[in-house]
Design a protein around this ligand. Structure first.
Ligand SMILES: [Zn+2]
Length: 391
């Protein structure tokens, strides 16, 4: 019993340290601010702050201006020698690396294109990127440690094993155990999430989902996927197939989907399908994502965008009825959908959900835009830090 109590107390202590660090990573705060936000005693906060200062995470900085008499409280801020997070994003045609600070500011970004890869050549490219990242850290930021390596990857992924399973159109690569391989080589903790969950974590920590405890991240790319943030945590962290909104049926008699079912959202609204429909409607051979605003002024293209919005609204209405998120963040290439369609999407959802008239569900574009899965790889590490696992 006493052992268990000891474990729980230690766990709680690290959890609280993580929460305090996350609050300060969001904005400089005084000890009194933190005490109010956390609901702990002033003594508990003083102890946590002292430890975080001793460990080099935070420092006392400017004083906060206030109207009342007495001493102005000192603000606590992240130090410029605090530890860093490394990330690797395995996309379908490129591998990226990133090094960020605790605020998810990128200090270094690198990439290598992929072509005709095997398991071994892909591993080599990932190691080359990480070796270059480590060399940069050694040369420019030698006083700062790296907390761990986050991996964000196209799915399907077994996040517990950190193993890429059998992604479609990915050089026939199957069963790539990245986590064990990277942990052994770099002697650092390695955490893996699929790219949608990783993107949702980036939005949660420093992006469009920052102000919400619960939100749904909708990623529109070659496929459509989702990341679910519940009570400021990723839902289904150990799941292989969570958030698969792309395979939600919105028409039981619809077109056949690659998954074998009919009428999935993915048969109507992936980016390649949207592009193909816009080319037909506009008569243009080439369309870039940055042309969307201009195309939206064309009547036939407007019909395509409106139909896509309608299809997304069906799936998201189901999602809101099921999960009750406070916000929907639209990301990946979906951020290029013109704002008027995101507004239309919001009003369609709000008019169809069960509690119409009582609930607002803001639909916001991703703050990290196309970079969300890459920043998300580092966010995977920071989420563990703030959960008290690495601190
Ligand atoms: Zn499907």
């Amino acid at each position: 019993m006493s052992e268990r109590k000891g474990y729980n107390n230690t766990h709680l202590k690290y959890r609280n340290r993580g929460i305090v660090l996350q609050l300060i990573a969001n904005e400089p705060l005084s000890r009194i601010d933190i005490t109010r936000k956390m609901g702990l005693t002033r003594m508990a906060i003083t102890n946590i702050v002292t430890e975080l200062i001793e460990d080099g995470y935070i420092e006392e900085g400017a004083t906060k201006e206030k109207a009342q008499v007495g001493r102005n409280p000192i603000l606590l801020d992240i130090t410029n020698r605090s530890p860093l997070a490394a990330g690797i994003y395995v996309a379908r045609s490129t591998v990226y690396a990133i090094l960020t600070d605790i605020r998810l500011n990128a200090l270094y970004i690198d990439e290598i294109p992929l072509k005709d890869e095997t398991v071994d050549s892909l591993k080599e490219k990932i190691c080359l990127l990480l070796d270059r990242l480590m060399a940069y850290r050694d040369e420019k930021l030698s006083e700062r440690t790296i907390l761990g390596i986050g991996v964000s990857t196209i799915g399907p992924l077994d996040p517990q094993k950190g193993e890429i399973l059998n992604p479609k159109d990915f050089f026939s690569i199957e069963h790539l155990p990245l986590r064990s391989f990277l942990e052994e080589r770099y002697r650092l903790p390695v955490f893996a999430e699929n790219d949608m969950n990783a993107s949702a974590l980036a939005e949660h920590l420093q992006g469009s989902g920052r102000d919400y405890d619960n939100f749904f991240y909708l990623g529109i790319a070659d496929g459509i996927g989702g990341g679910i943030v519940v009570e400021r945590n990723i839902y289904g962290r150990n799941s292989i197939s969570v958030g698969e909104i792309g395979h939600m049926c919105i028409n039981f008699d619809g077109p056949l989907c690659s998954c074998g079912n009919k009428g999935c959202l993915e048969t109507y609204a992936t980016m390649p399908i949207i592009m193909e429909r816009l080319k037909k409607a506009s008569g243009r051979e080439h369309i870039a994502l940055t042309d969307f605003e201009e195309l939206a002024e064309d009547e036939l293209c407007d019909e395509v965008f409106s139909d896509v919005t309608e299809k997304l609204a069906y799936a998201l209405t189901n999602t809101v009825n099921l999960l009750d998120p406070q916000c929907i963040v639209v990301g990946n290439e979906g951020v290029f959908l013109p704002e008027k369609y995101l507004k239309a999407l919001q009003s369609k959802i709000e008019s169809r959900i069960l509690c119409t008239g009582y609930k607002s569900v803001p639909v916001r574009p991703s703050a990290f835009t196309l970079g969300a899965p890459l920043y998300g790889s580092a966010a995977v590490v920071l989420a563990r830090l703030f959960a008290g696992e690495l601190i």
